[in-house]
Design a protein around this ligand. Structure first.
Ligand SMILES: Nc1ncnc2c1ncn2[C@@H]1O[C@H](COP(=O)(O)OP(=O)(O)OP(=O)(O)O)[C@@H](O)[C@H]1O
Length: 212
Protein backbone atom coordinates (compact mmCIF):
# COMPACT_ATOMS: atom_id res chain seq x y z
CA UNK A 1 0.00 0.00 0.00
CA UNK A 2 2.69 2.53 1.05
CA UNK A 3 6.25 2.49 -0.29
CA UNK A 4 8.98 4.70 1.19
CA UNK A 5 12.19 5.36 -0.76
CA UNK A 6 15.02 7.51 0.60
CA UNK A 7 12.53 9.35 2.79
CA UNK A 8 13.86 12.02 5.19
CA UNK A 9 11.99 14.63 7.20
CA UNK A 10 13.88 17.53 8.77
CA UNK A 11 12.62 20.52 10.74
CA UNK A 12 15.43 22.98 9.92
CA UNK A 13 18.60 20.98 10.63
CA UNK A 14 16.81 18.57 12.97
CA UNK A 15 16.30 15.12 11.41
CA UNK A 16 13.03 13.71 12.78
CA UNK A 17 12.46 10.72 10.47
CA UNK A 18 14.58 8.74 8.03
CA UNK A 19 13.19 5.70 6.17
CA UNK A 20 15.56 4.50 3.41
CA UNK A 21 13.30 1.69 2.04
CA UNK A 22 10.04 0.32 3.45
CA UNK A 23 6.77 -1.27 2.36
CA UNK A 24 3.61 -1.09 4.46
CA UNK A 25 0.98 -3.52 3.12
CA UNK A 26 -2.77 -2.84 2.99
CA UNK A 27 -4.69 -3.43 6.24
CA UNK A 28 -4.95 -2.00 9.75
CA UNK A 29 -1.70 -0.78 11.29
CA UNK A 30 -0.99 0.48 14.77
CA UNK A 31 1.85 3.01 15.03
CA UNK A 32 3.41 3.23 18.50
CA UNK A 33 6.10 5.57 19.77
CA UNK A 34 7.10 7.69 22.73
CA UNK A 35 6.18 11.37 23.01
CA UNK A 36 8.17 13.38 20.49
CA UNK A 37 9.28 10.32 18.48
CA UNK A 38 7.72 11.55 15.21
CA UNK A 39 4.27 9.93 14.87
CA UNK A 40 2.39 13.16 14.17
CA UNK A 41 5.16 14.27 11.81
CA UNK A 42 4.78 11.01 9.86
CA UNK A 43 1.00 11.51 9.63
CA UNK A 44 1.35 15.15 8.58
CA UNK A 45 3.76 14.04 5.85
CA UNK A 46 1.38 11.30 4.67
CA UNK A 47 -1.57 13.69 4.91
CA UNK A 48 0.17 16.12 2.56
CA UNK A 49 0.46 18.91 5.12
CA UNK A 50 4.24 19.27 5.27
CA UNK A 51 7.08 18.83 2.72
CA UNK A 52 9.76 16.14 2.89
CA UNK A 53 12.68 14.66 0.96
CA UNK A 54 12.51 11.41 -1.03
CA UNK A 55 9.54 9.47 -2.37
CA UNK A 56 6.40 7.97 -0.90
CA UNK A 57 4.12 5.98 -3.21
CA UNK A 58 0.55 4.89 -2.57
CA UNK A 59 -0.48 1.59 -4.18
CA UNK A 60 2.77 1.56 -6.20
CA UNK A 61 1.45 4.28 -8.47
CA UNK A 62 0.57 7.58 -6.78
CA UNK A 63 3.59 9.68 -5.82
CA UNK A 64 2.29 11.66 -2.85
CA UNK A 65 4.39 14.77 -3.36
CA UNK A 66 4.24 14.87 -7.18
CA UNK A 67 0.50 14.12 -7.49
CA UNK A 68 -1.16 16.20 -4.75
CA UNK A 69 -4.69 16.02 -6.18
CA UNK A 70 -4.73 12.22 -6.41
CA UNK A 71 -3.06 12.12 -3.02
CA UNK A 72 -5.87 14.13 -1.40
CA UNK A 73 -8.51 11.93 -3.01
CA UNK A 74 -6.93 8.75 -1.63
CA UNK A 75 -5.69 9.67 1.86
CA UNK A 76 -7.75 11.22 4.69
CA UNK A 77 -6.11 12.50 7.87
CA UNK A 78 -7.79 12.75 11.27
CA UNK A 79 -5.42 14.92 13.29
CA UNK A 80 -4.73 14.49 17.01
CA UNK A 81 -5.50 18.12 17.80
CA UNK A 82 -7.53 19.42 14.86
CA UNK A 83 -7.85 23.17 14.31
CA UNK A 84 -10.89 24.44 12.45
CA UNK A 85 -12.10 28.03 11.99
CA UNK A 86 -14.18 28.63 15.14
CA UNK A 87 -16.92 30.58 13.36
CA UNK A 88 -17.86 27.66 11.06
CA UNK A 89 -20.43 25.09 12.20
CA UNK A 90 -19.72 21.35 12.12
CA UNK A 91 -22.42 20.97 9.46
CA UNK A 92 -20.72 23.53 7.21
CA UNK A 93 -17.38 21.74 7.55
CA UNK A 94 -18.93 18.34 6.86
CA UNK A 95 -20.72 19.66 3.75
CA UNK A 96 -17.48 21.22 2.52
CA UNK A 97 -15.48 17.99 2.99
CA UNK A 98 -18.26 15.84 1.47
CA UNK A 99 -18.34 18.03 -1.64
CA UNK A 100 -14.54 18.21 -2.01
CA UNK A 101 -14.16 14.44 -1.63
CA UNK A 102 -17.17 13.58 -3.78
CA UNK A 103 -18.62 11.56 -0.91
CA UNK A 104 -21.40 9.05 -1.61
CA UNK A 105 -24.93 10.45 -1.12
CA UNK A 106 -26.16 10.11 2.48
CA UNK A 107 -22.70 9.17 3.81
CA UNK A 108 -22.42 12.37 5.86
CA UNK A 109 -25.95 11.99 7.27
CA UNK A 110 -25.23 8.37 8.20
CA UNK A 111 -21.98 9.32 9.97
CA UNK A 112 -23.66 12.19 11.86
CA UNK A 113 -26.34 9.79 13.15
CA UNK A 114 -23.78 7.06 13.87
CA UNK A 115 -21.73 9.32 16.16
CA UNK A 116 -24.88 10.80 17.72
CA UNK A 117 -23.73 14.37 17.08
CA UNK A 118 -26.76 16.59 17.60
CA UNK A 119 -24.72 19.77 18.13
CA UNK A 120 -23.26 20.30 14.66
CA UNK A 121 -25.44 23.35 13.93
CA UNK A 122 -23.39 25.24 16.56
CA UNK A 123 -20.10 27.00 15.71
CA UNK A 124 -16.98 24.93 16.32
CA UNK A 125 -15.65 27.37 18.95
CA UNK A 126 -18.40 26.20 21.35
CA UNK A 127 -17.36 22.49 21.23
CA UNK A 128 -15.74 20.53 24.05
CA UNK A 129 -12.62 18.51 23.17
CA UNK A 130 -14.69 15.30 22.86
CA UNK A 131 -17.27 17.03 20.62
CA UNK A 132 -14.44 18.36 18.44
CA UNK A 133 -12.87 14.90 18.25
CA UNK A 134 -16.15 13.35 17.06
CA UNK A 135 -16.41 16.02 14.33
CA UNK A 136 -12.81 15.33 13.25
CA UNK A 137 -13.60 11.60 13.05
CA UNK A 138 -16.66 12.21 10.88
CA UNK A 139 -14.47 14.35 8.58
CA UNK A 140 -11.79 11.62 8.48
CA UNK A 141 -14.32 8.98 7.43
CA UNK A 142 -15.93 11.09 4.67
CA UNK A 143 -15.33 10.01 1.06
CA UNK A 144 -13.94 6.69 -0.18
CA UNK A 145 -10.18 7.00 0.47
CA UNK A 146 -7.75 4.07 0.13
CA UNK A 147 -6.08 5.04 3.41
CA UNK A 148 -7.30 6.80 6.57
CA UNK A 149 -4.75 8.12 9.08
CA UNK A 150 -6.07 8.47 12.62
CA UNK A 151 -3.73 10.27 15.03
CA UNK A 152 -4.82 9.54 18.62
CA UNK A 153 -8.47 8.97 17.59
CA UNK A 154 -9.42 7.63 21.03
CA UNK A 155 -8.14 10.55 23.11
CA UNK A 156 -10.96 12.40 24.93
CA UNK A 157 -13.65 9.94 23.75
CA UNK A 158 -16.01 8.13 26.12
CA UNK A 159 -16.02 4.29 26.12
CA UNK A 160 -19.15 3.99 23.98
CA UNK A 161 -17.69 6.23 21.26
CA UNK A 162 -14.36 4.34 21.30
CA UNK A 163 -16.37 1.20 20.50
CA UNK A 164 -18.07 3.03 17.59
CA UNK A 165 -14.67 4.03 16.17
CA UNK A 166 -13.40 0.43 16.23
CA UNK A 167 -16.54 -0.90 14.59
CA UNK A 168 -16.37 1.74 11.85
CA UNK A 169 -12.71 0.94 11.13
CA UNK A 170 -13.57 -2.76 10.77
CA UNK A 171 -16.57 -1.92 8.55
CA UNK A 172 -14.57 0.34 6.19
CA UNK A 173 -11.84 -2.28 6.10
CA UNK A 174 -14.08 -5.18 5.16
CA UNK A 175 -16.67 -3.39 2.97
CA UNK A 176 -14.49 -0.83 1.18
CA UNK A 177 -10.95 -2.27 1.58
CA UNK A 178 -9.88 0.95 3.32
CA UNK A 179 -6.52 0.69 5.10
CA UNK A 180 -5.84 2.45 8.40
CA UNK A 181 -2.77 3.75 10.21
CA UNK A 182 -3.70 4.51 13.82
CA UNK A 183 -1.62 5.97 16.64
CA UNK A 184 -2.65 5.46 20.23
CA UNK A 185 -1.10 5.60 23.67
CA UNK A 186 -3.85 3.23 24.88
CA UNK A 187 -2.39 -0.29 24.41
CA UNK A 188 -5.30 -2.23 25.92
CA UNK A 189 -7.91 -0.61 23.72
CA UNK A 190 -5.96 -1.06 20.49
CA UNK A 191 -5.98 -4.83 21.04
CA UNK A 192 -9.71 -4.76 20.19
CA UNK A 193 -8.82 -3.99 16.58
CA UNK A 194 -7.88 -6.70 14.08
CA UNK A 195 -4.37 -5.55 13.21
CA UNK A 196 -2.23 -6.39 10.18
CA UNK A 197 0.94 -5.17 11.91
CA UNK A 198 2.26 -3.02 14.74
CA UNK A 199 5.02 -0.48 14.10
CA UNK A 200 7.34 1.54 16.31
CA UNK A 201 8.62 5.05 15.64
CA UNK A 202 11.95 5.21 17.43
CA UNK A 203 15.48 6.50 16.77
CA UNK A 204 14.25 8.61 13.84
CA UNK A 205 12.82 5.64 11.92
CA UNK A 206 9.85 3.28 11.58
CA UNK A 207 10.31 -0.43 12.31
CA UNK A 208 7.85 -3.31 12.33
CA UNK A 209 7.23 -4.84 15.76
CA UNK A 210 4.81 -7.65 14.96
CA UNK A 211 2.60 -9.12 12.27
CA UNK A 212 -0.78 -10.70 12.99
N1 LIG B 1 6.65 22.34 13.48
C1 LIG B 1 7.75 21.85 14.08
N2 LIG B 1 8.92 22.52 14.03
C2 LIG B 1 10.04 22.03 14.60
N3 LIG B 1 10.11 20.84 15.25
C3 LIG B 1 8.97 20.11 15.32
C4 LIG B 1 7.75 20.59 14.75
N4 LIG B 1 6.79 19.65 14.99
C5 LIG B 1 7.39 18.65 15.68
N5 LIG B 1 8.71 18.94 15.88
C6 LIG B 1 9.69 18.07 16.53
O1 LIG B 1 9.67 16.81 15.86
C7 LIG B 1 9.81 15.74 16.80
C8 LIG B 1 8.64 14.79 16.62
O2 LIG B 1 7.42 15.45 17.00
P1 LIG B 1 5.99 14.77 16.74
O3 LIG B 1 4.96 15.77 17.14
O4 LIG B 1 5.94 14.22 15.38
O5 LIG B 1 6.05 13.57 17.81
P2 LIG B 1 4.91 12.57 18.30
O6 LIG B 1 5.50 11.20 18.25
O7 LIG B 1 3.64 12.79 17.55
O8 LIG B 1 4.73 13.02 19.81
P3 LIG B 1 3.46 12.90 20.83
O9 LIG B 1 3.27 11.43 21.13
O10 LIG B 1 3.94 13.65 22.02
O11 LIG B 1 2.28 13.53 20.15
C9 LIG B 1 9.90 16.37 18.19
O12 LIG B 1 11.28 16.46 18.51
C10 LIG B 1 9.32 17.76 17.99
O13 LIG B 1 9.94 18.71 18.84
Amino acid sequence: MLTFRNFNKYYGNHLVLSIPELQIPAGNHWIKGQNGSGKTTLFRVLGGLIPYQGNILLNQSINLQAQPLLHRRHINLGEAAPLYPGFLTGTELINLFAQARKAPADQATTLIKYFNTNYLHQPVRTYSSGMLKKLSLILAFIGRPSLILLDEPLATLDTATVELVYNLIQEYNSKHQTSFLVTSHQDAQMSQLTLTATWLVQNQTLTQLSVS
